[in-house]
Design a protein around this ligand. Sequence first.
Ligand code: ATP
Length: 266
Amino acid sequence: MDNKTLLTVESVYKEFPIKGNHPNLKVLKDINFSVETNEFVSIIGQSGAGKSTLLRSIAGLLTPTQGKIVFENKVISKPDANISMVFQHFALFPWLTVNQNIAFGLQSNRDLSPTQRDHRVANLVKMIGLSGYEQSYPRELSGGMKQRVGFARALATEPSLLLLDEPFSALDVVTSKQLANDLITIWLDNQIATKSIVMITHDIQQAVQLSDRIILLDTDPGRIAKIYQINVARQDRTIRNIIDIIEEITNELIARTNAYQKPKLI
Ligand SMILES: Nc1ncnc2c1ncn2[C@@H]1O[C@H](COP(=O)(O)OP(=O)(O)OP(=O)(O)O)[C@@H](O)[C@H]1O
């Protein structure tokens, strides 16, 4: 496996201004980590820890107040064509069909002829399990199928980095598991160009089952508390085999959440 670094987050701080005469809201503090080629990294942490802010910064949708994010040896300053994002609530265009939604991001790609574009969309439809739904509209699809379109659309531009913002949390347990399995299979089989994946999730079991590493963020301001390397081979990650890791991470998260919520005495 090629272990070249694809992404580095270097001393990133993020503050948001608050209206009125208030100090800025400090959301991220001194975040440092890297993502290697062929790595799946999950980010967990309690609500408000700054996970989405971090992911949106990596996507080039937010600019760090301090520090920098380097992707494929370039500092991220705006959305990059080689980074795609999948959202929790699908974010599909309701007036476009499945095929049109998937093709949407390809319209500005002048290197692709219409035939090549149709071919790429058809391949994705097949790969992601949408065959037969090409001409359907989002309103005619189940949540799981809508998210399959979300994944196909994100993958259409052949991004080397895929960012997932709680992509399975709006789905039932079985659908979520099936979709996650399908994603991991096509990624590990190199059926897609995506080299690495960064996912935000609240589902610790799923994070342990899918990830190479899990970053636990502390809150107020969001900072890295711990990084867990998951050393069990992916094919062996039955619940029985990973229950101790799930328990360890869950307890750590609960302890940190309790500490954060304890009333301050002064
Ligand atoms: N554009 C913004 N302007 C001002 N404050 C913001 C902005 N975006 C996020 N915040 C604040 O930053 C903090 C972190 O938000 P963020 O959505 O990154 O957390 P999160 O860990 O993803 O939370 P959740 O798990 O609930 O989605 C919150 O207090 C939020 O209100």
